[in-house]
Design a binder for this molecule. Sequence first.
Ligand SMILES: Nc1ncnc2c1ncn2[C@@H]1O[C@H](COP(=O)(O)OP(=O)(O)O)[C@@H](O)[C@H]1O
Ligand SMILES: [Mg+2]
Length: 293
Amino acid sequence: MFHVKHLHHHKKVYMREIRYIELVFVSSYYKFICYNGLVSGQIIAIVNQKGGVGKTTTSINLSSFLGEMGHKVLLVDFDPQANATSGIGLRGDQIKKHSYHLLDSNQDVSEVLYPTPFQNLHILPATQDLAGAEVELSNMVSRETILKDRLRPLLDYYDYIIIDCAPSLGLLTVNALCAAHQCLIPVQCEYYALEGIAGLLKTLELVKGGLNPMLRIIGIVLTMYDSRTSLNRQVIDNARAYFKGLVFDSVIPRNIRLAEAPSHGLPILLYSASSTGSLAYSNLAKEFIQRVQ
Ligand SMILES: Nc1ncnc2c1ncn2[C@@H]1O[C@H](COP(=O)(O)OP(=O)(O)O)[C@@H](O)[C@H]1O
Ligand SMILES: [Mg+2]
């Protein structure tokens, strides 16, 4: 017993020496810091089982603002509707390998990563094929942690991996929640929105209780706010009263520019940089950085 422990200890020291040598000879200072956990990337799942609440809009625009700020970002489309993929301007005929292929452990992950025309932003696209993954996953060993196993090594190259989740709490989303360090919850400013969150929080607790004890909620972002209706104002007040500091200060307004941008394959900062929607997502990105570590 003692002997084994001893060996284990030596192995650890040995690993540390390799890292030191790497630092000196490869001058890969950044990598050294990453490996030693002083600075490390984070995986963030954008999640809400309701559709149409702004998950994809938030995924695309948060990712692109983080990229503009100088962070290396990978946007992962993990929704069979593939709206993040088309929204960033990637066409179906340009995609050979996509998130569905991650299920195959022999798949070279570098083949599913695509550059985008936008600063520091890569995409791991989806196609409708991903819908089949839900069924296939249910028959696989370690079916909840396959995405985690494939994405975590990529944190050597990316500061942030943002996962745009499907509007369900099925195995695809559970995979995203297992892969993630933190999740971000977009909530539409409408009367029933807060009721839906209770169910989501229960699922998050289940995942935390078993598969991913370190999972945290980075925050709730209120979306599609319409200042002309007092009901919207009320939803914000209720959300802040109930979830307190969990709610981001930045509220995303309902803004036609945000809705138009995806059909041009552009993030808002390039489609309409001076719009209220762009300003709001820029502020959200800054707040995100303050909260993330
Ligand atoms: N702040 C906003 N203002 C106006 N339209 C928005 C806003 N956020 C999202 N939308 C539009 O609402 C629809 C649903 O948003 P989306 O981000 O696709 O939600 P989800 O990914 O949660 O289904 C899309 O057509 C999108 O363009
Ligand atoms: Mg979506």
